[in-house]
Design a protein around this ligand. Structure first.
Ligand SMILES: Cc1ncc(COP(=O)(O)O)c(C=O)c1O
Ligand SMILES: N[C@@H](CCCC[NH3+])C(=O)O
Length: 451
């Protein structure tokens, strides 16, 4: 049977066609908090986090090691989300001062936080070291010195990993695939300098030469929205080989390998989500095989999924406004259904050509479906939320429309283009709605404007 639309797990429809999530009717929610609004099914997101942790720890246990899962906060982070993740046994991966501070302010211990960034600020490094962050993922050669200097001033030894690029291409759009060589992240394990050393190996040696740094691991993130494990298994083998080569050259056996995030999700009806347990087993088995091939012990493992935990647990709820039928050059029509948000709260369609699914969720309709394009209210013709979707032909102003699987990279990538304030986020669970991120107001935006 083809997969149903990827709504959060607690999604239901009443006999009158009203959608509810977490036991909360979307019509009640729209009436009380307004639209647009992001909803997150707390139980679904937590269950996804738990399943992810179990999948990787079980897979690791089968090959005699253990694994940690760091939730990638870039997908969507708030203090509540950070607490949910830690309560489910995950740690938090951060990539900016804002994410790091949010995790810390949620009460997450520094030791359970990782810090990424290809151009980390002094403030980020200072805070990470001051709060005893469990790992700083070094992304360049100059950063080796920078982290060592901050650690020296603080009088601590900083735990660091090195982010490397393996040449493996994987994932969706070019902008979200990150381990091919011609991009800004990490250091290549391939390109060699005049001494025959790769930039990654050079940086590993540099880290080992600094007493202020403890090289705890090697990291690779190959991309995002990846639907089969082949890229991960190739990257895993490359990391194990690099680790073995470093041991041969220096005698230092790195304790941990991090394979990054990137597991994909279903965005459309008919798409299947990857089986996380099978995914985890393939990756971990590839590590174990490469360790046998190189005669090295299986390392401790870690992973950084974001999208696969957050995306399907969240939706965006909009109110329909202007509807326009536009005549096309081929004589046909396209129905433009404008909603009260748009590319400000939903940039992935414009940025990556991402595809989404939307439905009328405030009532049932027996009207024949028509091909629609859901657009926003911004001053930009590329302001498209859902490029093509069948909606009932009687869709009208005032109807509520929900877009599925917006829980990751929706609110976290939102902007205030056209000075449109960003929507809030409401967590729903067992009939209760809790605002976890307040809706922005025009007054908030004006408060930044000093005249
Ligand atoms: C270093 C790193 N870790 C983790 C992630 C999370 O990826 P995803 O949300 O695809 O799981 C990303 C983003 O792609 C990343 O750059
Ligand atoms: N922002 C990307 C994912 C992160 C890519 C970079 N790490 C997306 O919406 O798909």
């Amino acid at each position: 049977m083809p997969a149903a639309a990827p709504w959060p797990s607690s999604t239901r429809r009443t006999a009158t066609g009203e959608m509810s999530i977490g036991g909360v009717a979307v019509t009640d929610l729209a009436a009380t908090v307004g639209t647009p609004v992001y909803l997150v099914d707390e139980d679904d997101m937590r269950a996804r986090a738990r399943r992810m942790r179990e999948a990787f720890t079980d897979a690791a246990g089968r090959v005699g090691t253990d694994a940690e899962v760091y939730y990638a906060g870039k997908a969507f982070l708030s203090r509540a989300v950070a607490r949910w993740m830690v309560a489910e046994g995950l740690r938090i991966d951060t990539a900016s001062l804002g994410e790091l501070t949010t995790a810390l302010e949620a009460g997450v211990e520094g030791a359970l936080i990782g810090l990424h960034g290809n151009n980390k600020s002094d403030a980020e490094l200072d805070l990470a070291i001051e709060r005893g962050v469990g790992r700083i993922v070094v992304d360049s050669l100059p950063e080796v010195d920078r982290v060592a200097r901050v650690a020296a001033v603080a009088g601590v030894v900083a735990p660091v990993m090195l982010r490397v690029t393996t040449g493996v291409h994987a994932g969706g759009h070019e902008f979200i695939s990150t381990a091919h060589e011609d991009q800004k992240f990490g250091l290549s394990i391939h390109a060699e300098d005049e001494r025959g050393q790769s930039p990654a190996m050079r940086a590993l040696h540099a880290i080992l030469s600094r007493p202020e740094l403890d090289l705890i691991g090697i990291h690779s993130h190959i991309g995002s929205q990846i639907l089969d494990a082949t890229g991960f298994t190739a990257a895993a083998a490359a990391l194990v080989e690099l680790r073995a080569a470093l041991e041969r050259e220096t005698g230092h056996l790195v304790g941990e390998l991090d394979l990054g995030g990137g597991i994909g999700v279903a965005y459309l009806p008919g798409e299947d989500e990857p089986d996380v347990a099978a995914f985890a087993r393939s990756i971990v088995d590839a590590v174990a095989q490469a360790c046998r091939d190189t005669d090295t012990p299986v390392p401790h493992l870690s992973f950084e999924p974001g999208r696969s935990i957050a995306a399907p647990a969240g939706i965006t709820l909009y109110t329909v406004g202007t509807i326009k039928d536009v005549r096309l050059e081929d004589g046909g029509h396209r129905r433009y259904v404008a909603v009260d948000g748009g590319m400000g709260d939903h940039i992935r369609t414009a940025l990556y050509g991402a595809e989404y699914h939307a439905e009328l969720v405030s009532r049932a309709s027996a009207a024949a479906p028509v091909l629609c394009r859901v657009v926003g209210k911004h001053c930009e013709s590329g302001d498209i939320v859902v490029r093509d979707v069948m909606l009932p032909g009687d869709i009208a102003a005032g109807d509520l429309l929900a877009v599925a699987a917006t829980g990751a990279y929706g609110r976290s990538m939102a902007s205030t283009y056209n000075l449109v304030p960003r929507p809030g986020v409401v967590a729903v669970r067992e009939g209760t709605a809790t605002t976890i991120v307040r809706r922005e107001s025009v007054a908030d935006l004006l408060a930044l404007d000093l005249g």
